[in-house]
Structure formats: structure tokens, C-alpha cells
Write a protein that binds this ligand. Structure first.
Ligand code: GLY
Ligand code: MN
Ligand code: MN
Length: 403
């Protein structure tokens, strides 16, 4: 038997809360995008109606008036295909019966390689209580199963990610017309969210980065509160989310509408690395080996740009190669329901996986940071499919649209 919980609605203070964001696992498995929901999958259940069960927050006409429409038995079935639906207050009683029929329970702990969780999630709270009440059961991990399932996308999922990418494209096109010297980074952010919202995006897929000049060299710059100066480059790492699916784009554009020769050289170096790196995303590639290959591509470009020397490369520490001084982050991550999505990085890449490709060169002494990022689907054969192929990317396209 496997059990999955919704996220909590997080309080701010007094009676205000953050907007609800569903846990991606229960959403992936059931389509239920509602707080206080529990999904139980029990294929070995002796009673047929117990093979799949949803527990939902009770709704009735009175609650609908105050809180709006919530799932009832019928709409929960339409959403999830699950016929057995209980109200949440029945969970303890029904779970007791289920636990007497199961010897092992799959629990859903967060094992994402980048996870850094300081709060106790609803899932974690549930697991703690379950193990206390039922200490004699065997507990197993659903994470490896979910990581494998979610990393290979269904065609319906690819279509939703494509839609998110297409909305992101609209945002960028709007911004290319909008940017001129002395606009503020937050004004650019506002242009994106305006375009995203009118195109029915769920919102930003992650906190957007709009970083002009030196700010682009601060990798997690999210303040977006500076004015864009003539002559600077703006690094924008922004993506729309659609139906809870992410897109993840980076584009670096000149405030003035025209790149300087030096900016163009650095830009084209990053673009060449992006194009060559993407070709390596084929079934069988191992994520760590891929990064070594991308490192070699970047090393060559940095030597040509005069940023590092062959001597630096000869003397480099293999654990922190010379190129890392100007390109210190990873090149690719899985993307899907989470921006940094699930996937077991030590296992070979497979068709249907979606990866970003996002090399960058950051030169603080020149107040210049350039990152270019597209999202790709690995194919059975040949090069990966670029979901962002229509998003302007070359110097000529960007300058042309900003004119
Ligand atoms: N925007 C987050 C990332 O590029 O990984
Ligand atoms: Mn990004
Ligand atoms: Mn990314």
C-alpha cells in the first residue's frame, strides 16, 4: 500500500496564507490539486473498492459559499478516475482497516538531490504519526519509483510543458519590445507576469531572475530592484508554469538593443556551448559524464575569449577545473512538474526525459553575465527536441526584435 499527501497551506501571520501549491506527487498520480487530500494506492487490497482511495476535505453547499467549489465524489472521479472517495474525517477509521490488510507501506519522503526542507511538511507529519501508531509494519520508499516514473514524460505531459514554453516565448517577445535604457528590473518582471497571466499561466514556474550588469554574476539574484543601464546586458531566467508544469528559460539581452563586440563574442561562445551540449542529450548518456564533456566545450571557448589559458588548464584541479571560475553551475537538470524535476542522475538518460541546457559565462570584472537556457525532450533516435526552438536566441534575432 502506498500513501501520498497534499501540501499544507502555509500561514503568513494573522489569518493570511501563502497561495496553495500542491505536492507534485499526489498531483501527478491523481490530478487532485487541492489541500488536505490523501491518496492511497493498494493494488493488493482484497476488496476491489480499496485498490485506489481518495480522502478529501469535506465540502457541502455551505462550505461552497464561503470557500468556493471543492471536489466532491463526482468531480473527484472525473479528475482522478478514482471511484472510492471518503471525507478526510474518515481517514483514521478506514486506514485502520487497510493497515490490518497490509504488511508493508510505501511512504513518500522527499529524496530530491537538491531538497533542503526546514519545515515539517504535511507528508512528514503524517509519516511520523503513522509509524508511531503502526510500528510493526514494514516501511518502504516510494521515492525511487516516483523519481523513475516522473522523469520519463507522457506525451500529454510534453504537450503541457510545450504550452508553458510557448507562454514563456510570448513573455520574452513582449519584453524585447519593452526594454530600453533606464527601465527597472522589476518593470521587466511585471511585463512577464502580465503576459503569462493573460495567457492562463499558473504563474512563474520559479522565482524569476532579472539581473542587469553585475547582478547577472550573482547566480541566485532575485531582488530585481535595480535600474538597467545603457550598455549593460540583462540576464533573464524566467519561465511560465502551465497546469502546474514548468518551463525554464534564460535569455541575455542588451539594455540598449545592441550588443557590443565583446558582449557578442561572449554571447556566441555560450550559444555554441548550448547547441553542442544539447546534442549530447541522447538515450544512454550519464549525467556526470555529460558534464565532463560540456566542461571541455566551455574550456575551449574560455581560452578563445582570453579568460583562461592553456597553462591554467594544464595545472587545473580535476575536482574544480579551470573553466569553473567563469561557469560554476551545472548545465542540465530534469524539468517537469517541478522546475528541478525528479530523475535519478546516476541512471542513463532515456527518451521522454526533459532536460534544460543552460551554460553561462560570468565575468564580474566586466559587469557581464550571460546564460542561455532552453528545454529539450530526449528522443529515441537523433537529436533532442527543443521545446524552445521558436524563442528568439541569436544576436541578430534579439537585436532585430529590440529595434
Ligand atoms: N531557473 C532555475 C534554473 O535555471 O535552474
Ligand atoms: Mn533557469
Ligand atoms: Mn534551469
Amino acid at each position: 500500500m502506498a500513501i501520498f499527501n497534499s501540501n499544507d497551506i502555509y500561514p503568513v501571520s494573522a489569518d493570511s496564507t501563502l497561495p496553495f501549491a500542491q505536492h507534485r506527487d499526489i498531483f501527478y498520480l491523481s490530478g487532485v490539486d487541492q489541500e488536505e487530500s490523501v491518496l492511497i494506492i493498494f493494488p493488493d487490497a482484497t476488496k476491489k473498492e480499496y485498490k485506489e482511495i481518495l480522502f478529501l476535505k469535506e465540502t457541502n453547499e455551505h462550505i461552497a459559499v464561503w470557500e468556493g467549489e471543492k471536489l466532491d465524489e463526482e468531480s473527484a472521479f472525473t479528475t482522478s478516475g478514482i471511484k472510492t472517495v471518503y471525507w478526510l474525517q474518515d481517514l483514521e477509521k478506514v486506514l485502520f482497516e487497510l493497515m490490518t490488510m497490509a504488511s508493508a507501506v510505501y511512504i513518500n519522503t522527499n529524496e530530491h538531490y537538491r531538497a533542503n526542507v526546514e519545515t515539517q511538511t504535511r507528508e512528514a507529519r503524517f509519516i511520523k504519526a503513522l509509524q508511531k501508531k503502526y510500528p510493526a509494519h514494514t516501511y518502504l520508499r516510494s521515492q525511487p519509483i516516483l523519481q523513475r516514473l516522473r522523469s520519463v514524460k507522457e506525451k500529454e505531459e510534453i504537450a503541457l510543458i510545450q504550452q508553458a514554453c510557448d507562454i514563456t516565448e510570448k513573455g520574452l517577445r513582449r519584453v524585447l519590445k519593452f526594454v530600453k535604457p533606464n527601465v527597472a528590473e522589476y518593470e521587466i518582471e511585471a511585463e512577464y507576469i502580465h503576459e503569462f497571466t493573460i495567457n492562463r499561466a499558473t504563474g512563474f514556474a520559479y522565482t524569476p531572475i532579472v539581473a542587469s550588469g553585475y547582478n547577472a554574476c550573482v547566480l541566485h539574484y532575485i531582488e530585481n530592484n535595480q535600474v538597467c543601464k545603457d550598455g549593460d546586458i540583462i540576464l533573464m531566467d524566467v519561465g511560465a508554469s502551465y497546469a502546474n508544469y514548468a518551463s525554464d528559460m534564460s535569455r541575455s539581452i542588451p539594455v540598449s538593443g545592441k550588443f557590443t563586440e565583446r558582449q557578442k563574442d561572449v554571447y556566441n561562445a555560450v550559444l555554441r556551448v548550448k547547441t553542442a551540449a544539447a546534442k549530447l542529450l541522447v538515450p544512454g548518456t550519464i549525467w556526470a559524464d555529460y558534464h565532463i564533456e560540456v566542461g571541455k566545450l566551455m574550456t575551449k571557448e574560455l581560452i578563445n575569449l582570453g579568460l583562461i589559458t592553456s597553462e591554467d588548464v594544464k595545472n587545473e584541479d580535476p575536482k574544480w577545473p579551470a573553466y569553473k571560475e567563469y561557469f560554476m553551475h551545472g548545465t542540465s537538470h530534469h524539468m517537469g512538474l517541478d522546475t528541478h524535476d525528479y530523475g535519478i542522475l546516476t541512471e542513463p538518460m532515456q527518451a521522454g526525459m526533459v532536460f534544460t541546457v543552460e551554460p553561462g559565462i560570468y565575468i564580474p570584472e566586466e559587469n557581464l553575465g550571460i546564460r542561455i537556457e532552453d528545454d529539450y525532450v530526449i528522443q529515441e533516435k537523433g537529436e533532442p527536441f527543443n521545446l524552445m526552438a521558436n524563442i528568439p536566441i541569436t544576436v541578430d534575432e534579439i537585436e532585430g526584435l529590440m529595434k
